[in-house]
Write a new protein. Structure first.
Length: 238
């Protein structure tokens, strides 16, 4: 049994995407959703910090690790995707070149597409006043990253090559992640083809179905309390 500490955001969707793809691949891992209401401050609870010291979800606890020992906890969505792919032997090729390509694009997402898209969303959707420099800076960088993806997908069906992998699952939720900033695919036909193909997968529909089940308020404007928990953080005390 896997406990998935989750809230329906792009980083949370990455893990439900993989867990649902594993069902369709015939290697289902039983999982239980443990909601972490990040707008209510649940990410600061000591029990959660014990497994996710950066006070962010997703995180998992695997109660049946491969070595048969005590439960294993994992934080950071990229590390979780890699851990579950290695546990099941799926969506991360075992051949040298396929594995390298998958990890390249996984960490490209973790270090680039995710953080830059998050900042773009912050300055366009959540910032209390518009800051032109930040809007331009992150908007330009995200457009550049979409161009990098488009070029890659012009020659490959998926990011890591011809096989759907955890690199695609990491990137998909960050394309058009904000309702108020719909994805503009006009200059990126290959990215559009890839996005539509993943959207049409049955596992994607099931992964995203958790959204309304776990947070019926998803998509509503943030309350003052939610803003305080998410954007008013100060450094942790020793
Ligand atoms: N690099 C982390 C980022 C996770 C992350 O930013 N999670 C956000 C929601 S998408 C969160 O939990 N925020 C709560 C907070 O910042 O206190 C990962 O990929 O797991």
């Amino acid at each position: 049994m896997i406990d998935l500490y989750y809230w329906p955001t792009p980083n949370g969707h990455k893990i439900t995407l993989l867990l649902e793809e594993l069902v369709d691949a015939g290697h289902a891992l039983e999982y239980a959703i443990k909601p972490v209401d990040i707008g209510a401050g649940s990410q600061f609870e000591p029990a959660f910090l014990a497994i996710s010291p950066n006070n962010k979800m997703p995180a998992i606890v695997d109660h049946a690790p491969a070595d048969g020992g005590a439960p294993v906890s994992v934080f950071e969505s990229g590390a979780i995707l890699q851990y579950l792919a290695e546990k099941t032997g799926l969506f991360l090729p075992s051949d040298l070149r396929g594995r390298v390509a998958t990890l390249e694009w996984l960490y490209w997402q973790m270090g680039g597409l995710g953080p830059m898209s998050g900042q773009m969303g912050h300055f366009n959707v959540y910032a209390p006043e518009p800051i032109g420099y930040a809007i331009d800076r992150y908007g330009n960088e995200v457009t550049r990253l979409h161009g990098v993806m488009d070029k890659r997908l012009a020659r490959n069906e998926f990011l890591a090559g011809e096989h759907f992998s955890i690199a695609d699952m990491a990137s998909y939720p960050w394309i058009g992640a904000y309702d108020k900033l719909p994805a503009d695919f006009s200059a990126f036909p290959h990215l559009k083809r890839w996005h539509h193909a993943i959207a049409a997968r049955p596992a994607t529909a099931r992964a995203y179905a958790w959204k309304d089940k776990v947070n019926p308020r998803a998509g509503q404007p943030l309350s003052e309390e939610e803003r305080r928990h998410l954007f008013g953080q100060s450094p942790p005390r020793a």
